[in-house]
Write a protein that binds this ligand. Structure first.
Ligand code: ZN
Length: 121
């Protein structure tokens, strides 16, 4: 029996996102990661699960924001609010630094795992 890989699954469920993440014909298989994809969106992947984070416009007048990944307080221009479609008719909202790589560096694996727990449970 042919086993189905995470990549096969992603290609089936989210063909466009999987192509952006893995390209065609690569064997990369991230088990936990946050990846910039097209149009300012991010893809949070854990094993066979994937959730897309879509940046949304906010009209808040706040000027201090708490990053939900690295937990640093940022100013308005340094973050984006993202909407994650976690289940049918269910969205969760997270605030993340715009500098994804630096944010990930501060958060580390444990921080990213915590975010995945919130969005991919
Ligand atoms: Zn951050």
């Amino acid at each position: 029996m042919k086993s189905i890989t995470e990549r096969d699954l992603l290609h089936e469920l989210f063909p466009e996102t999987a192509r952006e993440l893995f390209g065609e014909g690569t064997t990369a298989r991230p088990t936990l990661g946050l990846y910039p994809i097209a149009d300012g969106r991010l893809a949070l992947v854990r094993r066979e699960r994937l959730v897309e984070l879509e940046p949304i416009e906010t009209t808040t007048k706040k000027n201090a924001f708490h990053c939900d990944l690295c937990h640093v307080t940022r100013s308005r221009g340094e973050v984006s609010v993202y909407r994650a479609h976690v289940a049918p008719r269910t969205y969760r909202y997270v605030t993340l630094c715009l500098g994804t790589q630096h944010c990930l560096g501060r958060a580390g694996h444990a921080g990213l795992s915590g975010l995945a727990d919130r969005l991919l449970d």
